[in-house]
Design a protein around this ligand. Structure first.
Ligand code: ADP
Ligand code: MG
Length: 378
């Protein structure tokens, strides 16, 4: 990838620029917790967006996307938004830096990536974080702090791409550290690194490649349930509720709201359990909580689908240590913690059984927890 980028850059723009990269992410556990003030537990992965960048002394950005094979050129004022979706991520990052009083001048760039698009690994956050990190280094003497870089990416999604996302993806992409996961407290935004060195285990994503389009805004309904229960309990978010509190109001809320809140409250504890277990090297407990998250997402929060439940069943049958839906649900990937010696059989079985039932093979992505945004040494 690096050589391809460099070749394109020298053909289009001449003398070499500086290389930067930022990563996609996984989330080991902690799903639908962000908007409830709970914990998430992501890590950056060994799939990145990489860009070569060089100031060009003009007021214009000129950028070529290797993977899409398109070129875009745009100014740095609000009315200069490019037409191409992929370029809007870069334009948005420039604008959000400028809006915060930072400096961005014209530059030339070529970028490429190997974060699968739209598979739940957050290629868009990788793209934003790569450029946010680069422009901070190139034009701002690295004065913008890392959390602000993540927020610049998040605001780009909100204001230039129409995606109302939380902070986790950009946080993970910016803060990621090799062999570490990060527990982010979505209420206080405090975070802590936890070593995650998989001796004898692998992390693999199995992508169902299905996406169920649902008509009745299921996410908004889940959020409304959580907010309603929190209000009934007199707390700001479900982060401040325990199961005993929920039991006390059981009769005054619907069964559906009860189930939703139960999942969220249990999920908060599961993230904490997994962090404890990791510190003891207790992967059996890590895996157990992953399965329990899946079950909760399927039965209580009701954001699974038959394909993901089937992948989860196959994992269980194959002796996979932990497996669950990763991401919002209704399609996408499962994330699996699997012993080295069981890996081959699990993947072969998942491909065979899934394609027999659903007519296509799932896509498999091996991931290794790696560094986030950085300058790439030549
Ligand atoms: P994801 O879940 O992967 O973040 P999104 O739909 O949020 O999915 O973001 C995908 C979009 O990000 C793509 O449509 C494209 O505009 C941009 N993008 C991601 N990776 C690349 C890439 N390698 N080259 C060009 N654009 C990319
Ligand atoms: Mg995205």
């Amino acid at each position: 990838m690096k050589e391809t980028i460099k070749q394109h850059f020298s053909e289009r723009f001449g003398a070499a620029g500086v290389l930067y990269a930022s990563a996609g992410r996984i989330n080991l556990i902690g799903e639908h917790t962000d908007y409830n003030g709970g914990f998430v537990f992501p890590g950056a992965i060994d799939k990145v967006i990489m860009a070569e960048i060089k100031p060009n002394g003009t007021e214009k950005v000129r950028v070529y996307s290797v993977d899409i094979d398109e070129y875009a050129e745009f100014g740095l004022n609000e009315e200069d938004a490019p037409r191409q979706q992929w370029a809007r991520y870069i334009f948005g990052v420039c604008r959000e830096i400028i809006k915060r009083g930072g400096r961005v001048e014209g530059f030339d760039a070529v970028f490429a990536g190997n974060v699968p698009l739209g598979a739940g690994l957050s290629s868009s956050a990788a793209l934003e974080s790569c450029f946010a990190f680069a422009l901070n280094d190139m034009f701002n003497d690295n004065k913008i702090d890392k959390f602000e870089l993540a927020k610049i990416g998040q605001s780009t999604e909100h204001n230039y791409c129409g995606v109302n996302c939380g902070i986790m993806d950009q946080f993970a992409s910016v803060f990621g550290k090799k062999d570490n996961l990060m527990r982010l407290d979505c209420r206080s935004l405090e975070y802590e690194y936890f070593p995650f060195k998989l001796d004898g285990y692998r992390l693999v994503l199995v992508d169902s490649k299905v996406k169920h389009e649902l008509v009745d805004s299921p996410y908004n309904k889940r959020r409304a349930s959580c907010e309603h229960v929190a209000k009934t309990l007199g707390v700001e978010t479900l982060r401040d509720a325990e199961l005993a509190d929920l039991e006390r109001v059981k009769d005054s809320i619907s069964q559906e709201d009860y189930n939703r809140a139960k999942y969220v409250i249990e999920e908060k504890q599961r993230v904490l359990d997994v962090c404890d277990a990791l510190q003891k090297g207790d992967y059996a407990t890590v895996g157990d909580r992953m399965y329990k998250t899946h079950e909760g997402m399927s039965k209580l929060y009701e954001v699974s689908c038959v394909e993901l439940d089937y992948l989860n069943d196959i994992a269980k049958e194959c002796g996979v240590t932990g497996s669950r839906i990763m991401g919002g649900g209704f399609g996408g990937c499962t994330i699996n913690l699997v012993k080295d010696e069981l890996y081959d059989n699990f993947i072969a079985t998942a491909k065979k059984k899934f394609s027999e039932k659903y007519g296509h093979e799932p896509q498999v992505y091996d991931v290794v927890v790696s560094d986030g945004a950085k300058k790439v040494e030549d």
